[in-house]
Ligand binder design. Structure first.
Ligand SMILES: [Mg+2]
Length: 122
């Protein structure tokens, strides 16, 4: 079973998305802020990370940068998830080391396609 680290500070979004991902056959572990995302990337070794960008402590960009600094998590796929669906954000996502980008509100079937494509490349 593939493991997803879902990083999301909003409880309602987290519950809804995690339930849908579990129903699709994924194991889901959750982080509610950026520091926890960095820590859980080391402790949980997820197959892929869904990274919310607006977070209460360090934002998703900074968390991604820190995750990329570690040898062990250098190549874990990361999908940035943000409400700021602007071209600049999309470019920024790739600049800091994200592999893909999903604007909110999330389109689940599109997100699943992106998850499956990135996991397959591992
Ligand atoms: Mg958020």
């Amino acid at each position: 079973m593939k493991k997803i680290l879902l990083v999301e500070d909003n409880e309602m979004n987290r519950d809804m998305l995690s339930r849908r991902l579990i129903r699709k056959g994924y194991e889901v572990v959750m982080a509610i802020n950026g520091m926890q995302a960095v820590e859980m990337t080391s402790s949980e070794s997820p197959d892929i990370i869904l990274m919310d960008i607006n977070l209460p402590d360090i934002d998703g960009w900074e968390a991604t940068r820190r995750i990329r600094q570690h040898e062990s998590s250098h190549s874990i796929p990361i999908i940035a998830v943000t409400a700021h669906a602007m071209q600049a954000d999309q470019q920024h996502a790739f600049d800091v080391g994200c592999n893909d980008y999903e604007p909110k509100p999330i389109n689940l079937s599109k997100l699943l396609e992106k998850i499956e494509a990135l996991i397959k490349m591992q």
